[in-house]
Design a binder for this molecule. Sequence first.
Ligand code: PAF
Length: 270
Amino acid sequence: MTVGLVPTMGFLHKGHIALVQAAHKQNDIVVVSIFVNPTQFAPNEDFNRYPRDIERDCKLLDKAGADIVFIPEASEIYPPYSQTFVSVETLSQLAEGEFRPTHFRGVTTIVNMLFNIVQPDRAYFGQKDAQQTAVIRRMVKDLHQPVDIVICPIVRETDGLAMSSRNIFLSDQDRKNALTLSKSLELAKTLIGVGERAVPTIISAMTNLYKDLQDVQLDYIRIVDAETFLPVSALALPREYFIIIACKVGTTRLIDNAWITVELNTVRFQ
Ligand code: PAF
């Protein structure tokens, strides 16, 4: 009997449903957790306004093939005097970690607790949170945890916007501006597809697309090694890389990425 776990913070969209469907195909029992985890939000972030709709989520999960929905209270997960964290040191401080220094420590702590509580054989995460998947993979490897981590592709709206629970906060104008994230990734893919390998050239072409936008603040565009998240200066070696973007559009911080596999004679994207 195998158990697949899909950890979520609720307000589900098609990206989450794809994770549940993948878990349903590969396991006898699918557990979905819904928990807006306070320790992964800094005091100045959007914990209080993070969208929540448990009733709607449960209906969607029922249809998608979830067997158990686990919705713990914060006081059950973090009892009084709780003071233990699980932290993946270096990787958690890079890229997103430079802007959200305590974020990944909160993620690895809750994911570790969910693994302890549910004891899954497999756990499902979306590629949309690319660095989160790398951090969790690192944690599982370093702690010898007996869980297979399954990463599912980004699910996008028809116009390219990566699905995110936070998209609900975008005004009409923000929604238009937000398309720049996926457009800039497409531009990078085109450049790499025609043979460009110099990272500064690719990043500067991408950054150009943001320069005339109002109310948009680009935190970073980087090309990093897919495992270490250390920036690279050229797509030189046969290896996996991520192009990662973080950008504040209006009041909403969005992230997006593309996974690049460079081989001897071919380049593949996801
Ligand atoms: O990706 C998310 O929604 C969260 O970071 C996770 C993995 C459910 C942990 O709270």
